[in-house]
Design a protein around this ligand. Structure first.
Ligand code: SF4
Length: 389
């Protein structure tokens, strides 16, 4: 009886197994294929509309020698000494007009001070005339603002000017930004406001962008009052990145209670005075600080890692979509998807922006992102999206 039932059961089990593989696993693989296909349809395309954010790294020169600036480290000084193009040539601006005309932001950034670019007036005039809407923003230490530049900035409807003023106290300002005269900056700010009133213009919007250390964080509430007094629409509160070991004592990480206290007081004051109040993400993390993030810049500076492999990152498109939105143009015309990534897309002195933006390198990058593969050029970068260990 047992032998007979075994003889019957064995072929039935085999047939059942075959059917199971054919129907269930087959069906499962069909489901997987359909799912992958629909995900592909839902996901971002390999080609992209013109970038909403364009950043021009105008120059790698500066008129100041700020204590905490990365430019004061031996590593950056050595890099700059070997850099062939410290100042961007502006020949490609006219040739690539369409890149600027509908962008939401054209950020005139610099690894230094943008107003030190010898052709800054021409750059502001050219892009200002091309753009269909106010879209130029730049960050400045304000020292080089002249009446002529102020007139131009208001006339060209520059969208935003961000002032890096880190302290309102003479001794603190002298420590952080030696040689800067606060009264001179205030005079320039008042001239901008006067010109705006004369032209009946809301542009440029003024943003105060102080970067705090443990010695200056208690000034935050008075900085909000300063914003109110001098017509700054917003204060953008930033934490000072530390690039030198001997300066780590000034990291905000060392005074988290004070950071919380002065942020709360300043936030309330900003609300009462109608000043916009925005916190740098690293400061937000100070509530639950991540030492690695706060001191990561120092580690990267002292021991740069060479990354040789791409990295699998779950849900990458939820973490970064810059390859679809952002174009950084370096002083030598090299194009990158952001300020951190070393993934070069092309060079604007050799190709048009259209050919670069939807060219093979850009499409390959987007394909990797869609497949949750972070290219090695984006690994171990300050964005923190992919770490090699
Ligand atoms: S370096 Fe970071 S932020 Fe920049 S494109 Fe790569 S993942 Fe995005």
């Amino acid at each position: 009886m047992n032998i007979l039932s075994f003889k019957i059961r064995q072929p039935v089990a085999l047939v059942w197994k075959g059917l199971k593989v054919f129907f269930f696993e087959g069906a499962l693989s069909v489901i997987q294929v359909v799912k992958a296909f629909t995900t592909q349809l839902r996901t971002k395309p390999l080609t992209a509309a013109p970038p909403a954010n364009v950043q021009l790294s105008l120059n790698k020169t500066c008129n100041l020698h700020c204590t905490f600036c990365a430019r004061q480290t031996k590593q950056v000084r050595d890099q700059l000494a070997n850099e062939k193009t410290l100042i961007m040539s502006c020949d490609f601006l006219e040739k690539n007009r369409d890149l600027f005309k509908d962008a939401d932001y054209v950020n005139l950034a610099a690894d230094g001070e943008p107003l030190l670019h010898p052709e800054i007036k021409k750059i502001l005039e050219t892009i200002g005339a091309i753009s269909n809407k106010p879209n130029i923003i730049f960050v400045t230490n304000g020292v080089l603002l002249t009446d002529e530049l102020i007139e131009l900035i208001v006339r060209m409807k520059i969208m935003e000017v961000h002032f890096s003023i880190d302290s309102l106290r003479k001794e603190n300002l002298e420590f952080v930004r030696p040689g800067v005269d606060l009264n001179q900056l205030i005079t320039s700010i008042e001239r901008i406001n006067l010109k705006k009133r004369e032209d009946n213009s809301e542009f440029p919007v003024l943003v105060l962008r102080p970067t705090f250390i443990s010695k200056t964080i208690e000034e935050l509430p008075s900085m909000v009052e300063f914003c109110h007094r001098y017509g700054f629409r917003t204060i953008l509160v930033q934490y000072m990145q530390i690039y030198k070991r001997e300066l780590t004592q000034y990291s905000l990480f060392n005074c988290r209670d004070s950071v919380r206290k002065y942020i709360d007081i300043a936030h309330q004051k900003a609300y009462e005075l109608g000043v916009g109040f925005t916190l740098d993400t690293a400061i937000k993390e100070n509530e639950n600080p991540n030492i690695e993030h706060l001191h990561g810049t120092l580690e990267r500076m002292e021991k740069p890692k060479i990354v040789t492999r791409d990295l699998k990152v779950k849900d990458l498109l939820k973490k970064c979509t810059l390859p679809w939105d952002f174009m950084l143009i370096q002083t030598n015309g090299d194009v990158y998807p952001c300020c951190n990534s070393g993934y070069k897309l092309g060079n604007l002195n050799k190709e048009s922006w259209e050919n670069i933006w939807n060219g093979p390198r850009a499409m390959e990058l987007r394909k990797k992102f869609r497949n949750n593969i972070l290219p090695k050029e984006c690994v171990d970068k300050p964005c923190g999206i992919g770490k090699s260990e």
